[in-house]
Ligand binder design. Sequence first.
Ligand SMILES: Nc1nc2c(c(=O)[nH]1)N[C@H]1C(S)=C(S)[C@@H](COP(=O)(O)O)O[C@H]1N2
Ligand SMILES: [Mo]
Length: 424
Amino acid sequence: MQESRIEETPLCMSPYSRRRFLAVAGKSAALASWGISGTTLDAVLRESLDQGLIPGATADVHAEALLKPDMIVHSETPFNAEFPPHLLHDTVTPTSRHFVRNNRDIPERAKRKDPQGWKLTIDGAVDRNLELSMDDLLRFPQVSLKVVLECAGNGRSLFDPKVGGTQWIRGAVGCSEWTGVRLRDVLNHVGLKSHAVYLGNYGEDVPVNSGEAFSRGIPLEKAMDEHTLIALKMNGADLPAAHGFPARLIVPGWIGSSMQKWLNRIWVRDRVHDSEKMSGYSYRVPSYPVAPGSKPAKRDMVIATSWIVKSLITAPESDAKIQSETPVTVGGHAWAGEDGVTKVEVSKDYGVRWQEARLTSPLNRYAWYNWEIKLALENKGYYELWARAFDDKGNAQPFHQPWNPKGYLGNVIHRVPVVVDSKS
Ligand SMILES: Nc1nc2c(c(=O)[nH]1)N[C@H]1C(S)=C(S)[C@@H](COP(=O)(O)O)O[C@H]1N2
Ligand SMILES: [Mo]
């Protein structure tokens, strides 16, 4: 175990993509011939480059600017990418800085941005099966909410021992504004049978290699919460292809996988949704603490639902150079799933002393909180800025990451290295 080593790489790339970058840096001429710009090259290093293929994501650029400067691309097909924490400083995450997590390929309709023929089927334990068009949905009251959307696997790369899956660092989280209809308005319109207890949600994305569709579900109680939405807009514009055009679920406080993209079917069920992605080790965590590296029995796994208390340091940037004469402003966000955040503390001495940051209320429930503190770093040298948030149930972020087999719900305290230079 490398307890004392800083876990994040000081550069804006994962160690993985940095390695790839070095490996393909000599190929810029070839890239230029594909019309890929220098900035894109800096930002995006993709598996397929070494294989001599034209990257699939590049082929999609005409439909959706998927590739953005400073993006950390984990995989291209399906497309999975995040941004480094210092680019997530905004209170409302711009669409261009929101991570993308796809288990499957983006549906053709979304790429074409074509709502023609799209229907949302609602069937199962309902009074009558219904097919709703976009116009039908637009007739319901439209509401807007800023919501923290975070992949259950965010922080997976920090698990020790390593676990399989996309090696998210800390950027698989955003807080954008989502606009759409309340799911409960639509369910009430359809009419629920008394034995309805759970939703099974489906999207238009196509399984790779004929695998089962990516389908997850939520209990009826959460579905009927006034904050749970069928979102039609992100930050005031139609949903981008990558984020679920033309409709997706927004399930505030819960893990990102519950927020079905490219939504086209809601199956109202009389039991817990039992798709592949609701079973086994998928999006499930042990019901009790397990030893790192162990394999708990499937029957001991429970469905992951709400996120837990977390914070992110978005300033200063990792590896920043700071003058000792100027106090450094340390700031970022905090959130706690369905719970409230009560306090954020910052340490500059490896957790020996902690100072309370100024915490500001979120723009609405389920948006993230902002926090900030000015710290004096008097001596020159290497420092780590640590932040930990507390929730209103008395939980705080741990110093060491508790382990589970799939690396879900990682919330170990964030540590940002900085170097202080004295002028004299
Ligand atoms: N149809 C569909 N919905 C999906 C997914 C998917 O692969 N297919 N991925 C889920 C996961 S795991 C996450 S974390 C979020 C990511 O949403 P974003 O790409 O808009 O950030 O979408 C969820 N909804
Ligand atoms: Mo996710």
